[in-house]
Design a protein around this ligand. Structure first.
Ligand code: HSE
Length: 435
């Protein structure tokens, strides 16, 4: 049988890894797919890169030539970003080509439009590499866990952020220095604020929530908070209380709606996911039948991400002759069966909190803080107050609270910050037991 002809857009870190894996494992891949998969046409701005990779195929600097080429069966989009990735993918679909992409930003923002067009044209759009790199979490959620009602999922889904938090905790390293190292290693996004401000994680969480609960992709409804305000002190206080700080993406189905949130989170250190360090990713999924399952592995990097891209290529190849109605739906549920369950406002979310309050060391301060929390129905679970440092007029007061609505906590924090004895904005980190 004729090999499947791939048009590869982008020869950066993941494009290079994909070319390498396809060539090195060609025989094994053909045995699995039932026919060969070859790169027939590649687009890159730097054509020298194609020669470095030893690519023996047609080359162009204009990616639109590839998506318009009648000889191409599957377009692999590894350019990243919103545009021209969106235009390229839509045109490829219009031309009847299947698409494989690692582009989480594209799927999270434009996935609804892309899947609708793909459905209309009877082609597949596969995106395993878009979430958690080499971890097959899309396949697990869409197929392996298809019997379950998914209750919640929580993940460390940005390797750069996890690397920064791990190095800060273990080596006391400086935030900026670790970020530069992640960039040099090829893990960070082109715009690293996407990593440290949680935007990259929010893209991935949006996709996880859609396929976990059968809702449309709603990136604009995702609450997103970064890790830039986490201090080494917070990391140390959390450890003293038996917790680790992780940048988590959390999505949970409640009767009122779906929680969709990315923020720094204290997790009990005994949880496996609390011990996922460095650039590694992990996603914990709670299904009603299976209970908790944990998926761990490399969330970024050339070959780990290529592993997911090539697996998608094999999947697409295997189902090329299948009736489009009988394929695994893009968002796990049949397109006419998506639910309109709303994504909740952050103020409606209920969670426990870590608070760090910088206050004057005077009688009555703790009483004031306790009164404010009590008035909002917030119960204190643990408390640490250190002696003031030599010559210091203020002390950090660390509190862990029981679960409460975010709206009540917002009001309490505002009142605490208005106390004359409180000298700095309150640091608030949400706490999840993930039990
Ligand atoms: N910048 C991302 C990360 C790359 O650090 O996880 C993989 O999506």
């Amino acid at each position: 049988m004729e090999p499947v002809k791939v048009g590869l857009l982008g020869l950066g870190t993941v494009g290079g890894g994909t070319a390498t894996v396809l060539s090195r494992n060609a025989e094994e891949i053909a045995r699995r797919a039932g026919r060969g998969i070859v790169i027939d046409y590649a687009a890159a701005l730097d054509l020298e890169r194609a020669r470095e990779l030893g690519l023996d195929c047609r080359l162009t600097q204009d990616a639109f030539e590839v998506v318009r080429d009648p000889g191409i069966d599957v377009v692999v989009e590894l350019i990243g970003g919103y545009s021209p990735a969106r235009e390229l993918v839509l045109e490829a679909i219009d031309n009847g080509k299947h698409v494989v992409t690692a582009n989480k930003a594209l799927i999270a923002l434009h996935g609804n439009e892309i899947f609708e067009k793909a459905q209309e044209k009877g082609v597949m759009v596969a995106f395993e590499a878009a979430v958690a790199g080499g971890i097959p979490i899309i396949k697990a959620l869409r197929e392996g866990l298809a019997a379950n009602r998914i209750e919640w999922a929580a993940g460390i889904i940005n390797g750069t952020g996890n690397f920064i938090l791990t190095e800060m905790r273990d080596k006391g390293r400086d935030f900026e220095e670790v970020l530069r190292e992640a960039q040099a290693l090829g893990y960070a996004e082109a715009d690293p604020t996407f990593d440290v401000e949680g935007i990259d994680a929010a893209h991935k969480l949006t996709i996880i929530a859609a396929i976990a609960f059968g809702i449309p992709l709603q990136f604009d409804r995702c609450y997103t908070e970064g890790i830039t305000r986490i201090t080494r002190e917070d990391v140390a206080f959390a450890a003293e209380l038996g917790y680790r700080i992780k940048h988590l993406g959390i999505t949970r189905k409640t009767d009122a709606g779906v929680e969709l949130r990315v923020h720094p989170t204290l997790i009990p250190e005994r949880r496996l996911i609390a011990n996922v360090d460095g650039v590694m990713n992990a996603v914990l999924v709670q299904g009603d039948a299976v209970g908790p399952t944990l998926y761990y592995g490399a969330g970024a990097g050339a070959e780990p991400t290529a592993s997911a891209v090539v697996a998608d290529l094999i999947d697409v190849t295997r189902t090329l002759t299948a009736d489009p109605e009988n394929r695994v739906p893009h968002l796990a549920f049949q397109p006419d069966q998506l639910s309109d369950l709303p994504v909740l406002e952050m103020e409606a979310v209920e969670t426990a909190y870590y608070l760090r309050i910088q206050a004057q060391d005077r009688p009555g301060v703790m009483a004031d803080i306790s009164r404010i929390l009590g008035d909002e129905g917030i119960s204190i679970e643990a408390l640490i107050q250190k002696e003031p440092a030599e010559g210091a007029a203020t002390v950090p007061v660390i509190l862990l609270t029981h679960r409460v609505r975010e709206a009540a906590m917002n009001r309490a924090i505002e009142a605490i910050e208005n106390l004359d004895t409180v000298t700095a904005p309150v640091t608030r980190i949400r706490v999840e037991t993930l039990g």
